[in-house]
Design a protein around this ligand. Sequence first.
Ligand code: G3I
Ligand code: 9MR
Ligand code: ZN
Length: 531
Amino acid sequence: MIYVNQLGYQWNGVKHATVSGSRSYTLHKENGEAVLQGEAGPLSTDENSAEQVAVLDFSSVTEAGRYYFTDGDGQKSAVFPIGEQVYDGALRAALKMFYFQRCGMELEEKYAGRFAHKTCHTGQAYYLDAPEKKTELSGGWHDAGDYGRYITAAAVAVGHLLYAYALAPEAFLEETGIPESGSGLPDILNECRYELDWMLKMQDADGGVHHKATSMHFVDFVMPQEDVLEVVITPVSSLATADLAAAAALAARVYEPFDAAYAARLKEAAVRAGDWLAAHPDFLFHDPQEVGTGSYEDLCDADERLWAAAELYRLTKDAAYLAPLKQILELKLNLTALGWADVAGFAGMCILTAEEGCFDAMVTDKFRYRWLDEADRLLRVAEGNGFELAMHPSDFIWGSNMLVLCNAMVLELAHCLTGEQKYLQGARYQLDYIFGRNAMDTSYVTGQGERAFRDPHNRPGIADGIDEPIPGFVSGGPNRGACDTKANAELLQGVAPMKCYADHYLSYSTNEITIYWNSPLVFALAYLKKG
Ligand code: G3I
Ligand code: 9MR
Ligand code: ZN
């Protein structure tokens, strides 16, 4: 087999595919004409896929057009283009995904096309701790294939998106076709505001932030407006409070030039959450067992507090935030992590992109050193296999595609810090994997690429009766610990990590979608567009 990036390759850029099994290849134009023939290799065993693979370099082909490969056995690869700006459609679709996740508003046909649906989840929500107390809680994005709304997941998604905008604003000039388009705000900020407004509703007057708002159990596969289960708000956690402090402080900074009043509101909420954190120094998270939806269990809030301290300091320059920041930095944290559980990498983004002199050199140097160290490690891992993928077998966990995409983000920030092309190229290889250069021969974004996955675990996409999936959604991807009816230990016995995947809507542990799996794709593509 020959695995390719199904979205294609920039005409004048590096072009790598992966050959598997046999070394010989022929590149054809779409009409069949052979344009290049050769042997890649030598083959070596890739521990992630357990296949014999090698890199196939066809950078010499620069003529725009549509192509495919055949291997030694005549097997055809997916058809792919060589051209200009091959990712533009994917970036637009990946950002539009958040509109499709919107809760509490009708998705009108003029924006959602055939995926339009009526308003959902506008009833009053109640507090688990005080069931007689009810509140209006509409808005925000559905977290994933379920209809829950969870603060830690939300903050991370907003974090990826706002940093995408902050680092590559020129990638977001185009409107995405949402109700607020043309408001004067770039659409990525219109979209994030929809989530932020809901997040603010999850905060108490004393600054504490509730962990999640979901029904008591996951609803069946119904359209969102048909989910009439009551929404319950679970208790305040230090994780959610720190994440909201961080996301709101970051947002205050980003929205300031557009809307000073909104920025002030965000700042006030962030500072109030920061005050709550100072008054509650202990870890606080109680996941009520009677609420059977996602837990987003996380046993350490030091990294969330670190992100909050960094953003609050950068926003306010109040020295009170520096002590916790420096204290936490003494701990052994993964300073480049950008996922829902470990967020210290966002503190890194904040500190490393701040104006000169904002943070003292000790802090900045530590992050810079650790960031480049990690980026170099990723490059070494990628160089060691024929997919040029910066993953080890143990990295194929639930949501492995998030790891791939966050690795791309780490490499891109390394490029931003140093200007070194090797980091940018490393990031491109990670995107090659997402778009089909992988042992599943699958593009993990719906509607993007000839062999894109089609059957995500996503309630509206299943209940709408439409054959095609809603476009622009990233799959969680291969999971060696898969645990659903379509992918599990028994079915996957002896299956290589990169192949522990089932394109089936029942496979929530390999094929669900979430906001924080799409958001790093938006970042990665936006940064590449900027280059
Ligand atoms: O981090 C450990 C790693 O150290 C260990 O080696 C590995 C071996 O299994 O596991 C890793 O932990 C995994 C963790 O995700 C990593 O983030 C767990 O096994 C795995 O069960 C856990 O999965 C999470 C899943 O919920 C179940 O709790 C996913 O990350 C998380 O994205 C997912 O989130 C759900 C929400 O709860 C509900 N909404 C949908 C959403 C997406 O599926
Ligand atoms: O739809 C749910 C998904 O969002 C979660 O990630 C997953 C794991 O918590 O659970 C899904 O819901 C399933 C539930 O756990 C078990 N019964 C079937 C539900 C739908 O497949
Ligand atoms: Zn809803």
